[in-house]
Design a protein around this ligand. Structure first.
Ligand code: BYC
Length: 336
């Protein structure tokens, strides 16, 4: 089953995990709460409540998997990039995503789950990754659009995580966000060249890509706040700093002017500036589509997971060779 079910662990408010705390634990809990309230960062060696650890593991491992699965739809276009310059840029971007996945797996490992366990959860379909990567990249314009809109949405979501209360995650996010900015810019630049210097067919290709990616990008921020089971607790613990709806609105507001600059139309007839709210109103998001994709029935769920498992299997010899090389080096060092 390709369910993307992220319930690899029981969750806050779900199965009743709460146990009666001893006096010592009560004291630790109070100190932890006070540190969170004071805006302190929590390190791996610090005491933390079980559910804080579980929530972090859920989010960080999902995030890591998203980076790794996110390499697939773009990697698919490396051999078909139209120029040497675009190929070099795309190669660098896909490698960056791999690096982001590794930083994040390392951050999750500090919470006590092994990389093998996380990879197994992804490959068996137990762990989720971002819904956005279950949509196909049909044309070259999709690659520019993924950079502009998908990475744009990712940055909007990820910049506040640089202030996440869990320090190893926050540190990883600082590096990741620097690289994501380049990803967004290269996507925008690629689309701008097609829109300003391209043919009518290229402009139509860009508009078609924007039409297909716009709504799934708005879904990346997660369900509306009043239907988001993890939002309130995530915010309370400083794991999330800004809510799903607020980030979605900020993304829309930032993107409208960029779309004008590009000369593309965002596919929402209800999108308009609301003077009173000082924000854009927008149309209704099809949340049934989101939940379908999250439940494993999106356009590409099965293909993505199969590609990921194949990539892992195909890379087995590299992992074995690297381990053999490391073992040989340490034997040589000991002998010296
Ligand atoms: N896709 O209570 P909620 C990237 C799940 S990487 C799938 O609001 P939360 C990039 C959610 O997990 C992009 N599932 O949850 C990479 C929960 O299910 P469980 C990834 C989603 O955690 C390469 C349920 O729905 N970014 O952009 O408070 C190339 C209810 O949601 C999604 C991150 O992972 C979704 N879109 O908030 C280019 C950032 N949304 O676990 C680009 C870190 C929600 O209860 N993650 N769900 O079974 C976060 O900021 C938060 O986890 C989310 C969700 C905003 C995603």
């Amino acid at each position: 089953m390709y369910t993307q079910a992220m319930d690899t662990m029981a969750r806050e408010g779900g199965a009743k995990l709460e146990k009666v705390l001893s006096a010592d634990e009560q004291h630790l809990q109070e100190r932890f709460d006070a540190r969170i309230d004071a805006g302190d960062f929590i390190e791996a060696k610090d005491w933390m409540p079980d559910n804080y650890r579980k929530t972090l593991l859920r989010q960080i491992s999902q995030h890591a998997h998203s980076e790794i699965v996110g390499m697939l739809p773009e990697g698919n276009w490396i051999a078909r990039a139209p120029t040497l310059k675009r190929k070099a840029i795309l190669l660098a971007k896909v490698q960056d995503e791999g690096g982001h996945g590794l930083y994040l797996y390392a951050a999750a490992e500090t919470l006590g789950q092994s990389r093998d366990q996380m990879v197994e959860a992804l490959h068996s379909g137990k762990a989720k990754y971002s819904s956005i990567f279950n949509y196909p990249t049909l044309t070259w314009a999709d690659i520019g659009t993924v950079g502009w809109l998908v990475d744009g949405a990712a940055i909007m979501n990820q910049v506040p995580i640089c202030r996440c209360s869990y320090a190893p995650y926050a540190r990883a996010m600082i590096r990741i966000c620097r690289e994501e900015s380049f990803h967004q810019r290269q996507g925008f630049d690629s689309l701008l060249v097609m829109m300003k210097e391209g043919t009518d067919a290229q402009r139509a290709m860009v508009q078609d890509a924007v039409d297909r990616w716009w709504w799934p990008c708005l879904m990346m921020f997660g369900p509306p706040d009043d239907q988001s089971p993890n939002n309130a607790q995530g915010m309370r613990w400083g794991i999330k700093r800004v809510s799903n709806d607020t980030l979605r609105q900020k993304f829309i507001d930032a993107t409208v002017d960029q779309a004008k600059l590009l000369g593309v139309t965002l596919p929402d007839p209800d999108l308009k500036w609301n003077e009173e709210r000082q924000a854009h109103d927008f149309g209704t998001i099809d949340w049934s589509e989101f939940w379908r994709v999250v439940a494993g029935d999106g356009p590409n769920n099965r293909e993505r997971l199969a590609m990921r498992v194949k990539a892992w299997d195909d890379g087995a010899w590299v992992r074995e060779a690297a381990l053999a090389h490391a073992a040989k080096q340490s034997t040589q060092k000991e002998a010296a």
